[in-house]
Design a binder for this molecule. Structure first.
Ligand code: CDT
Length: 310
């Protein structure tokens, strides 16, 4: 089997405060991109909603959110420098941002960009967590259900510089369906960006479980679908609000091969062997041979326990 490798870099991004200028944030992303190239990267994973603070924690009108935090096109003059530098360095990337699409709605979106700086794929977040009402007693809000619409497309896989790549966003990682849909399309690498508050506003969950659940979902999903995963956090303390770090690169064996050790801007790197997943695809997770979809019908027909069939 010929050697196929992907130099994977995950660019963890530390706190982006409300008052931070776009230029300052973009400069940080470009510095991470340049470090990635110097370490041998072919592809860099940036976080979810990379370009601003995690604004769903704040209550505001939809109009204000869209004016302050959404991108009206991509690329646009405010991010063009990142695209230009990626093209100059011949490095592809994944980037999460808030997308304003007047015809279809506002979305929590990510893109895959190839080494020529071309957008190859777009994904709009399907599993939106949080709520849409103003929770006056909560220490902060999680208003993804207010500011975004549910993505209007499925989890796809694209050929990006000859690697089969998929993507998802934050809460999507907790759902096995996300990964299996991409696994069934032959994904070799999945990019994921996230903003995970360390405090759960819905019930008093011990803080350490946030990291535990983040890592077990990625390790299990990589193994069960024989994919590489690059997962990038936006993390640290944004204007007093802490989000977990733990950016990782996970192999199709389920092993973590690189992990961030800070909650700041940090680049992690691994030279990934794309053939590593093949024995799993050929044997234990040979989907065509072993899957029994006739016994999985409830997964697509039913949303929850006791919910009526569609
Ligand atoms: N950004 C995002 O999806 N965060 C969620 C927080 C869940 S608690 C409302 C996550 O799954 O990490």
């Amino acid at each position: 089997m010929s050697q196929r490798r992907l130099g994977v870099a995950v660019a963890q991004v530390g706190a982006v405060h409300v008052s931070d200028s776009r230029q300052r944030t973009l400069d940080r992303l470009i510095a991470l991109l340049q470090e990635a190239k110097s370490r041998g990267a072919d592809f860099v994973v940036f976080p979810e909603l990379t370009l601003a603070t995690f604004f769903p924690r704040y209550w505001m009108s939809q109009q204000e959110a869209e004016e302050r935090y959404f991108e009206h096109s991509m690329p646009n003059p405010n991010v063009q420098a990142l695209f230009d530098e990626a093209r100059r360095l011949e490095v592809g990337f994944y980037l999460g941002y808030a997308e304003l699409c007047p015809k279809e709605g506002p979305f929590n979106t990510s893109i895959l960009v190839n080494k020529k700086g071309q957008i190859i794929g777009k994904y709009r977040k399907v599993h939106l967590p949080g709520h849409s009402d103003h929770k006056l007693d909560a220490p902060f809000q999680h208003l993804e259900k207010k500011y975004f619409q549910v993505g209007n497309d499925t989890f796809k896989v694209w050929g990006v510089d000859e690697v089969q790549m998929g993507m998802c966003l934050c809460n999507d990682r907790r759902w096995p369906e996300t990964w299996r849909v991409m696994g069934l399309q032959g994904a070799e690498f999945v990019a994921l960006g996230y903003n995970t508050p360390s405090i759960n506003i819905h019930w008093p969950e011990p803080v350490h479980l946030r990291m535990h659940h983040h890592l077990i979902t990625l390790q299990a999903s990589a193994y069960q679908n024989a994919v590489w995963i690059g997962a990038a956090a936006k993390c640290g303390v944004e204007d007093g609000h802490h989000m977990i770090g733990g950016s990782v690169i996970v192999a199709p064996t389920g092993e973590i091969v690189a992990q961030a050790s800070t909650e700041e801007d940090e680049l992690i790197y691994f030279n990934a062997d794309l053939n590593l997943g093949q024995p799993f695809r050929d044997h234990v997770f040979n989907f065509a041979k072993h899957r029994r979809p006739e016994h999985y019908q409830l997964i697509v027909e039913r949303t929850g326990v006791g919910a009526s069939l569609a």
